[in-house]
Design a protein around this ligand. Structure first.
Ligand code: GCO
Ligand code: MG
Length: 403
């Protein structure tokens, strides 16, 4: 087979998505998700100006060599923009391979390791009472695992909490990023009370997750982990900014809380030490930002040896193409842990069609060839790109902090 052409489509059905469509001379096409929240156009340019010209004429079955060519061949390795672009190409090529052979992608990755995959979604409320109500609604929808975030007294706008009654969307549409104000002390004092109330109301069986969104020092993370131990969380996510990975050793020395990290990682080298030192329990890298299915399979196999499971990032700011790719990956690997599922804006289903199934808290993959997703280019034109930025965060005295 031969790659004939490829195009990048940015559309905004409720929020921005960057979609790559690769077409072959044989008429089979594949889809990839290249969305990077708040930096959409940079990935589109990297694809259009630098990568697509290099893949025309290649055999789409050569996923390993094409991946190496785009990664090593650039000389400038890694980075979120680069890897989201490579990830979209790799995903689209696996979609083409599946369609050309008439098999779902998971069958090419190792076949069926499980028949369903547990998902978690987000419960968020302005205060504990509202958060408890949201958890109840989510449990009634069948979920067995819930990420719990709550507004904190004394902090006006914080990560994970919607300012309106709508689902949470962090990206703002102003000309510059919105600014939020953060107090670690207020947060650390409040979160154990939140989880005490959740366990009190929902008992022991519901899986509970929490995201600290990179805002703690290692010793603060250790304090939070210890204070949450009685509520036996499924995981505590993104405690510390992960550039300084020794911090995880400190956290591990103090607490048995399971740790997850990696949604902003994009290469295997960023998670190798965390995995091989057994400093984490779940790796959160996802197909798009992790550079595609090809490298994510290697990461999963490495992690399997060290008792680390997957927990792919699945926010609404990645498209259904990424989610479908995560589900094929999750079906095939042995060490699947859980899949994040935030849901999508309503308009998304006017542009993307999917055939994975969700029921009673679990996803199941479909048997259709390729990834089982499609994209309506004409409908996409009705939703033009809207400039958007993720917020920034400052401490109460004005110091710029991690968001
Ligand atoms: C998560 C994430 C997201 C990110 C978002 C940024 O755990 O789902 O932390 O909510 O903040 O993807 O664009
Ligand atoms: Mg997160």
């Amino acid at each position: 087979m031969k790659i004939k052409s490829a195009k990048v489509i940015i559309c905004s059905p409720g929020r921005n998505y960057v979609t790559l469509k690769i077409e072959t001379e044989e008429g089979v096409y594949g889809l990839g998700d290249a969305t990077l929240n708040g930096r959409e156009k940079a990935v589109a340019s990297y694809l259009e100006d630098h990568l697509i010209p290099c893949i025309i004429g290649r055999d789409p079955f050569d996923t390993e060599d094409i991946w190496q060519y785009l990664y090593k061949g650039a000389y400038w390795r890694g980075g979120a923009v680069t890897m989201a672009a490579i990830g979209a190409i790799d995903t689209a090529l696996w979609d083409i391979k599946g369609k050309a052979l008439g098999v779902p992608v998971y069958k090419l990755l190792g076949g069926k390791s499980r028949h369903k995959m547990m998902a978690y979604t987000h419960a968020q409320g302005k205060n504990i009472e509202e958060t408890l109500q949201k958890i109840e609604e989510i449990v009634n929808r069948g979920y067995k695992a819930v990420r719990v975030q709550s507004g904190i007294p004394g902090m006006e706008n914080i990560y994970g909490i919607s300012k309106t009654d709508d689902n949470y969307e962090p990206a703002g549409t102003g000309l510059k990023p919105d600014e939020e104000v953060w107090s670690t002390e207020k947060y650390l004092n409040y979160v154990p009370k939140l989880f005490a109330a959740v366990r009190e109301k929902f008992g022991d069986d519901l899986h509970l997750l929490h995201d600290a969104h990179h805002r703690l020092t290692p010793i603060e993370a250790a304090r939070l982990g210890k204070s949450l131990e009685p509520y036996h969380l499924f995981w505590l996510e993104d405690t510390v900014p992960a550039e300084l990975q020794e911090g995880f050793k400190t956290i591990r020395q103090h607490t048995t809380i399971p740790l997850s990290v990696g949604e902003i990682f994009n290469t295997i080298s960023q998670c190798t030490d965390l995995i091989t030192n057994q400093w984490i329990d779940y790796i959160r890298m996802t197909i798009t930002h992790g550079g595609g299915i090809t490298p994510m399979m290697k990461i999963a196999h490495l992690a399997e040896i060290y008792h680390v499971k997957t927990g792919c990032h699945g926010p609404s700011d990645l498209s259904p193409v990424n989610l479908a790719a995560c589900l094929h990956f999750g079906t095939a690997i042995n060490n699947f842990g859980i899949q994040e599922y935030m849901g999508f804006p309503n308009e998304v289903s006017n542009v993307f069609s999917t055939d994975y199934k969700f029921s009673d808290g679990f996803f199941t993959i479909s048997e259709s060839p390729g990834l089982g997703v499609d994209f309506d280019e004409e409908k996409a034109k009705e939703y033009p790109y809207k400039q958007a930025y993720l917020p920034i965060n400052r401490l109460e005295d004005g110091t710029l902090y991690s968001w």
